[in-house]
Ligand binder design. Structure first.
Ligand code: SF4
Length: 67
């Protein structure tokens, strides 16, 4: 199964939990720590990490949708 990841930069508070959970999928901008999505379409083996990141995000800025 694969998925599409979306991030809401306007909601992100830059805590970095998503980067901790899935460093291959998320990074943070140097200037303000706002999330940078590295891969909109994760590889199948990355989907569970993407879901963990979404669950950890304190402001629900990450969505993972099955495709
Ligand atoms: S976990 Fe959520 S709030 Fe924190 S950096 Fe990632 S997207 Fe932003």
């Amino acid at each position: 199964v694969t998925a599409t990841i979306r991030v809401r930069e306007d909601l992100c508070i830059g805590g970095g939990q998503c980067v901790f959970a899935a460093p291959d999928l998320f990074a943070q901008r140097d200037e303000d720590g706002v999330v940078v999505l590295l891969a909109e379409r994760p590889a199948p083996e990355q989907v569970s990490a993407a879901r963990r990141a979404a669950a950890l995000c304190p402001v629900s800025a990450i969505s993972v949708t099955d495709v």
